[in-house]
Design a protein around this ligand. Structure first.
Ligand code: NAD
Ligand code: ZN
Ligand code: ZN
Length: 389
């Protein structure tokens, strides 16, 4: 089959690789019809999330048709149309039973490696480095889906691929980002990053009752997309201080909750940005927490910081004193996608949310390398690239 392979830093290639096979009797094989490139893929592409091996198959947002099932698969049959969550979960362990699917204790065969890096292992994930199990991803023609009775969501009501594809990751992620803010009526929520995850966080914050959402980015076309989602916007390149601007916009109090939808490759300007870039380049810090620091500084006393942007390791100049003295709460996580797929499918069906709004580019799978390039460099007003097989 054809698959998008990681070949080194800033180098992906669509190559011929062996077709996936059923390895466990709870696996299914899915013929992929649509897949997408995520901001998280850019962290792999840029070499920040490791370890990757030459030839690893990328991609964790995908859907398609079941073409084979293992003997113990009970709920899926050949021909079913499914969206597959990016996290892999067994459905039976303590964490799965507590609805914390991205922390499944049984799905990451490289748990020992993850324990060394993170203290404890998180779940397996498709196409997302050997720290999450080294599973082949879904920017491909086929994928092996473990625990097929647990993750894949059957699509039965005639939705188009593009309406439901993002249930695999970015829609639940943006939603979880907003949900972690514990929004109450009248709240103002600030969202750093107007990529697809940020846009879904904005839409979700309104769905969950926010009165105002303020979005921060530097790309005008993305700020315009945020305004279409009813957010007020701040271009961080045109203000002296984002935190002070937000505090002013909220009558001196600060946003009730702040969502970091940027992650470890944040941009910035001035000496602070130079400091982080330099320390990251020489390996003294793994991540650039520029948006996160601003979120912490801007947030009102007693407010919540919701971190859905991806971080990999250690950050510097982390304002712990601010968090402690001002009673801030930080919540974070890889999305517990399984928790949100069904309720969000209902919201799509009820037309409360239209996931297709974020799509700007549609390419054949064979053009995946071009897709990475356009998405990385935000060329041609790129917001989200969907790859069709
Ligand atoms: P993206 O690259 O399209 O968007 C990131 C946006 O952040 C860009 O528009 C960029 O201009 C903006 N940005 C950069 N520095 C900024 C700053 N200092 N302040 C404000 N904005 C800034 O990516 P995406 O697909 O929207 O993903 C966003 C983040 O979410 C990534 O880190 C990705 O890995 C992460 N993610 C997490 C999960 C999860 O489960 N937690 C799932 C999917 C994606
Ligand atoms: Zn993702
Ligand atoms: Zn589990």
């Amino acid at each position: 089959m054809k698959a998008t392979c990681w070949m080194g830093k800033k180098h992906v290639e669509v190559r011929d690789v062996p077709d996936p096979q059923i390895l466990n009797q709870t696996d299914a094989i899915v013929r992929i019809t649509s897949t997408a490139i995520c901001g998280s893929d850019l962290h792999l592409y840029n070499g920040f999330v490791q370890p990757m091996m030459k030839g690893d198959v990328l991609g964790h947002e995908f859907m398609g048709e079941v073409v084979e099932v293992g003997r113990r698969v009970q709920t899926l049959k050949v021909g079913d149309r499914v969206v597959v969550p990016f996290t892999i979960a067994c459905g039976n362990c303590w964490q799965c039973r507590h609805d914390n699917w991205s922390l499944c204790e049984n799905s990451n065969p490289n748990g020992a490696l993850a324990e060394k890096a993170l203290g404890h292992a998180a779940s397996g994930a498709f196409g997302y480095s050997h720290l999450t199990g080294g599973f082949a991803g879904g920017q491909a023609e086929f994928a092996r889906v473990p625990f097929a009775d647990v993750g894949p969501l059957k699509i039965e009501n005639g939705f188009s691929d593009e309406q439901v594809l993002f249930l695999s990751d970015i829609l639940p992620t943006g939603y979880m980002g907003a949900e972690m803010c514990d929004i109450t009526p009248g709240d103002t929520v600030a969202v750093w990053g107007c990529g697809p995850v940020g846009l879904f966080a904005i839409m979700s914050a309104y769905l969950l009752g926010a009165e105002r959402v303020i979005a921060i980015d530097r790309l005008d076309y993305r700020l315009e997309m945020a305004r279409k989602c009813r957010a007020e916007t701040v271009n961080y390149e045109t203000v002296e201080s984002v935190s002070e601007t937000l505090i002013e916009m909220t009558a001196g109090r600060g946003p009730d909750a702040c969502i970091d939808a940027v992650g470890l490759e944040a941009h910035g300007h001035g000496p602070a940005y130079l400091y982080d870039r330099t320390k990251q380049a020489v390996g003294l810090e793994t991540d650039r927490p520029i948006a996160l620091r601003e979120a912490i500084t801007a947030c009102r006393n007693g407010g919540t910081i919701s971190v859905i942007g991806v971080y990999g390791g250690l950050v510097d100049k982390f304002p712990l004193g601010t968090i402690m003295n001002r009673s801030l709460t930080i919540k974070a996580g890889q999305c517990h996608v399984h928790r949100y797929m069904r309720p969000l499918l209902e919201r799509i069906q009820n037309r409360e949310i239209d996931p297709t709004l974020v799509i700007t580019h549609r390419l054949p799978l064979s053009d995946a390398a071009k897709g990475y390039d356009i998405f990385l460099n935000k060329e041609d007003n790129c917001e989200k690239v969907v790859l069709h097989t």
